[in-house]
Design a protein around this ligand. Structure first.
Ligand SMILES: Cc1ncc(COP(=O)(O)O)c(C=O)c1O
Ligand SMILES: [Zn+2]
Length: 409
C-alpha cells in the first residue's frame, strides 16, 4: 500500500520544482515551497469511505500528507478535534449556525502540534539531526517536544514576553532555549544567523515546506466533520498565516479529488489592531503586506509584523471573496469572557479575537442570516493564565459565605 501520494515540491512564485527526498528550505527565488501530490493515482486509490475505520487523528489523511514511510511518523495523537456547535453564543450574536473547531484539545494545547507532528516526521524522514526556529511560544513548545520524541535536537528563540508556560515546555524538552528582548522578527534574525553559523535546519514559519501540510488537516477535518459539505465562512486568527494557507490548500485539494463541490468558504484573516499588516494590505487591495512597526497585542500568537507567506494569505482571501479584520485587545478579552459564560469554553485570546470578529461581521451584514460559520479556536485559554485578571474574596478558616458570590453575572 502506498502510504503517501506526495510527488514533489513546487514554488508558487517561479514554478521551480524540487524533490521530497532531500532537505529543502526556501526556493532559490526566496519564496516558500509548497507540496504537491500525484492526483491521478490518489483519486483512483483513495475514497472518503476509507476514512471510516481510521483512528481519530490527523494521520487518517496520510495519503494526502508528505511522510512517505509510516515508520517515520512521530505522533502524540494530534488532530480530529471536535467541531462544536455554539448555540448560545450564536444566538447572542445572531449567527445561528456557529461552530467552533477547538484546537485547545491538541497535545501541547494549540494547533501548532499539527504542524510540528508532520514537520518533525518529515524532518526525520529526510535525515534532519538538529533544527532551529524563532517562535511566539506555542510553535516552539510543540516543535521542541515533538523534536524530543523524534530524537532531533532543537534551538528555539522566543521573545521574553511570550507566554511563560511555552518557555517551560521548551526548556523541559531539553531544547537550547534563548529569550530575546524583542519580537519574533528579532528572534528570526538571530535564528537566521545561527542557521548559517552552525548548519542547522531552519524550521521558521514557511522556511520548510511541511508545517503547512500538518496545518491543512484542520481544513480536511472541517470538511469531513461537515459530511463533505463546506461551510459558508471560516475565520482564522492570522499571524504567519500558515493555518489559513493550509485550510485553503486543503479545501482546494478536496475539490481536486472531487470530495467536495461548489464554492469554497469565504476565508477570513483575523488580526489584532496592534498588529494588522494583512488587514491593511487587504484594505488597500495589495498582494503583499508591509512590516508593521511597534506591533503589540495580548494575543501573542498573532503578533507577527511581517509574514513570509503574506502573498499566499492574501491570495486565499481574494480567491474566496473573504476579508481581513482587526480586533482590539479589550474587545477580544471581553469576548473571551462571553465565550466562557455562554458556552463554558475557555478559549485563547487569538480564538476570542475570531469570535469578536464574527460578532462584528454579522453586525456589518457581511455574515448573512443563516450562514454556517466556523471559528478556529487555535488554542486553550489555560496556556495564557495572565490574560485574565480576577478579584475574588479570600475567606479565613471558619468564615462563612454571607452573600451571593462576588463574581457578577
Ligand atoms: C494560539 C495561536 N493562534 C494563532 C497563531 C497564528 O498562527 P499562524 O502562523 O498559522 O497564522 C498562533 C501562532 O503562534 C498561535 O499560537
Ligand atoms: Zn521560486
Amino acid at each position: 500500500m502506498t502510504y503517501s501520494y506526495v510527488s514533489h515540491l513546487y514554488c508558487p512564485k517561479c514554478e521551480a520544482v524540487y524533490d521530497t527526498k532531500q532537505q529543502h528550505q526556501l526556493c532559490t527565488c526566496g519564496s516558500p515551497l509548497l507540496v504537491d501530490y500525484d492526483w491521478d493515482k490518489l483519486k483512483a486509490a483513495w475514497k472518503p469511505e476509507d476514512l471510516l475505520k481510521r483512528e481519530p487523528n490527523l494521520w487518517r489523511y496520510h495519503e494526502l500528507l508528505p511522510v512517505e514511510n509510516e515508520t517515520n511518523v512521530v505522533s502524540q495523537g494530534e488532530g480530529m478535534t471536535p467541531l462544536i456547535k455554539m448555540p448560545t453564543l450564536g444566538q447572542d450574536m445572531d449567527v445561528v449556525n456557529l461552530y467552533m473547531k477547538d484546537e485547545g484539545l491538541v497535545p501541547t494545547g494549540t494547533f501548532k502540534a499539527r504542524g510540528a507532528a508532520v514537520g518533525i516526521s518529515k524532518a526525520k524522514e529526510v535525515g534532519v539531526k538538529e533544527f532551529a526556529m524563532p517562535t511566539n511560544g506555542n510553535a516552539g513548545a510543540a516543535w521542541a517536544l515533538y523534536g524530543a520524541k523524534a530524537g532531533i535536537r532543537s534551538t528555539i528563540v522566543m521573545p521574553k514576553d511570550a507566554p511563560k508556560i511555552t518557555r517551560n515546555e521548551v526548556a523541559l524538552s531539553g531544547a537550547n532555549l534563548y529569550l530575546v528582548n524583542g519580537l519574533i522578527s528579532d528572534a528570526g534574525k538571530i535564528v537566521g544567523q545561527a542557521v548559517k553559523d552552525f548548519g542547522l535546519y531552519d524550521v521558521s514559519t514557511l522556511k520548510e515546506p511541511y508545517r503547512i501540510e500538518g496545518k491543512k488537516t484542520m481544513g480536511l477535518e472541517i470538511a469531513e466533520q461537515m459530511d463533505w459539505k463546506m461551510p459558508d465562512v471560516i475565520l482564522y486568527p492570522t499571524g504567519g498565516g500558515v493555518g489559513l494557507i493550509g485550510i485553503y490548500k486543503a479545501l482546494n485539494e478536496l475539490k481536486k479529488l472531487g470530495w467536495v463541490e461548489g464554492d469554497l468558504p469565504r476565508l477570513v484573516a483575523v488580526q489584532a489592531t496592534g498588529c494588522a499588516p494583512i488587514v491593511k494590505a487587504w484594505q488597500e487591495g495589495k498582494n503583499e503586506s508591509e512590516f508593521w512597526a511597534n506591533s503589540t497585542t495580548q494575543a501573542f500568537g498573532i503578533n507577527v509584523p511581517k509574514a513570509l507567506g503574506d502573498f499566499l494569505v492574501l491570495e486565499a482571501i481574494y480567491k474566496t471573496q473573504g476579508c481581513a479584520i482587526a480586533i482590539d485587545d479589550q474587545t477580544m478579552l471581553d469576548e473571551q469572557e462571553k465565550v466562557a459564560r455562554l458556552e463554558g469554553s475557555f478559549v485563547c485570546p487569538e480564538g476570542a479575537a475570531v469570535f469578536a470578529a464574527i460578532r462584528q461581521l454579522q453586525k456589518e451584514g457581511w455574515i448573512k442570516n443563516g450562514e454556517t460559520v466556523v471559528a478556529l479556536n487555535t488554542g486553550a485559554g489555560i496556556k495564557y493564565p495572565d490574560t485574565v485578571s480576577i478579584d475574588v474574596p479570600t475567606l479565613e478558616i471558619g468564615d462563612s459565605i454571607r452573600k451571593e458570590p462576588a463574581a457578577k453575572n
